[in-house]
Design a protein around this ligand. Sequence first.
Ligand code: AMP
Length: 601
Amino acid sequence: MQFAEFAARASEMEAEPADLATAALVRDLFRESGDELDTVARFVQGRVFPAWDSTTLDIGPRLLREAVARAAGPNVTADDVEERLAEEGEIGAVAAGYDFGGQRGLAAFGGGDGGGGDGLTVREVDGTLRELAAATGSGSEDRKLSALFGLFNRASPEEAKFLARLVLSEMRIGVGEGTVRDAIAEAFLVREADGPEDGEEEDEDGDEDDGPLTRAAADHLAAVERALQVSNDYGMVAVTAREEGLEGLEAVRLEVGRPVQAMLAQAGTATDALEEWGEAAVERKFDGARVQLHADGEAGGKSDGDDISVSVFSRNMDDVTDALPEIAEFAAEHVDAPVILDGEVVAVDDDGSPLPFQEVLRRFRRKHDVDRMREEVRLELHAFDCLHADGEDLLDAPVTERHARLAEILPEDAVSDLLVSNDEGEIAAFEEGSLAAGHEGIMLKNPDSTYSPGDRGKNWLKRKPDVETVDLVVTGAEWGEGRRANHLGTFLLSARTDEGSDGQGNGDGYATIGKVATGITDEELAELSELLEPEIVAEDGQTVELNPSVVFEVGYEEIQRSPTYSSGYALRFPRFVAVREDKAAADADSLERIERLVESQ
Ligand code: AMP
């Protein structure tokens, strides 16, 4: 595919405001990309390398401005480019404003199909950018500059625009990961009666199947999504969908050495967890930095570590192996088969007690003085998950099984303790133990849940102790839903203000600051409804207004500024602790105290 063709399509996407129509354009482009589909599927997102690959082009804005200036001719300097950039606000528009060699070439050949430049192909652009990423050492800046100049020199204005953006990994054409997912499913898994077969380039003018996007069946989208989660490689997934369809996508496996996105957690409590799952898998919440260990090795037979190669990736899938040699060494020592493990690296003092998270960060991004830092900040691995062991993907196995596999691989003290319990008291004791040992709190995991990469879902809950609690007046509530329909379920909380009522409904002495619905058992809900129903002064649909009389003690993770509530603040993750029966509304916390808490955060 000509790069000019790609650029023309990218322009159309840029001009298209509607998401569905953009996805249809991407779908059509994918169907016509032929051998370059994998590259095109990355380019539309401004990527040269797959998402799992932390290789970067390592071309800063300054080098790019220099290359653009050079290609624009002897009268243009990098400073001129910078000046235009200040006016235009974006390098693509600046690059498109110059008269490069490609433009001259196009004119010389009498134009063409709206682009064409000097025959740059998608493959060539990709190849050059990859070479340039690999350039290191002395003189590499110069080599990068001349390679880039070579590309711009052959580019038409439209090509230059998207080339410049590609170099900075920002296409600005409204094509996000979801769009690409939908487009892959639509392009290759949904066969319309008149659509092209096998992704062949049927419609030369590209107009034939410009129809609106049909919603790909949910299972098609799910299959693409899963393959993307497992591989983090949009190019490979697009090609697999085209060549091998659903079955091919379902067969995409984890690969040792290719990181996957980490599964994430929401805030929640043991009450939430037990109500939802009946039983929870509880672990300590370590205050460190997330790591994913990939060890490749001979299956069977304990290895002395010589034939095991280990890579360590950060939460963002950056390769941090060199910065954390002892973690890699530790894994190499204990692992004797290919595995992918998930865990947390924690800095510890001489007694082995955890140090604050900032200490780990000092180690994480380090490129120089690694040996000295290794002496200064000691690291420990606490592994808590196993995604792959000895040729077997475990993403679909439950938490408990994955943990059991982990325990077979690493020595006990490197594996997080796991308590499976349905008893709140037991979980509370575990939490106390975790905090007493200097950890951050606990993680509650649905024991039956699978590992969903990149997902901040409801199957993992994090529970940190509240920094403080606040005592707030309940000034409103909402009737619950479903089995809670007869009870008030969500409670509107207010802080006291100094202002009295002005008699016109303003400044009634309370300012709203949040709603709490979390941390309350069914039993407590019934009691709260009984307590609050007599205080109802007005009702509007689900919502009731309450006479300010009952005070709740509420925990939270943070207080944020927010326009949502009349106080100008909002509690983040508010959690019901207790009714302060000993307090009247006049004894509740004031807005002034809230402001002091915000300042001290
Ligand atoms: P947060 O960073 O506050 O969103 O909390 C989620 C993070 O806690 C995860 O991304 C991990 O880095 C970390 N974490 C610590 N201990 C565990 C554990 N036992 N299981 C899962 N994540 C953990």
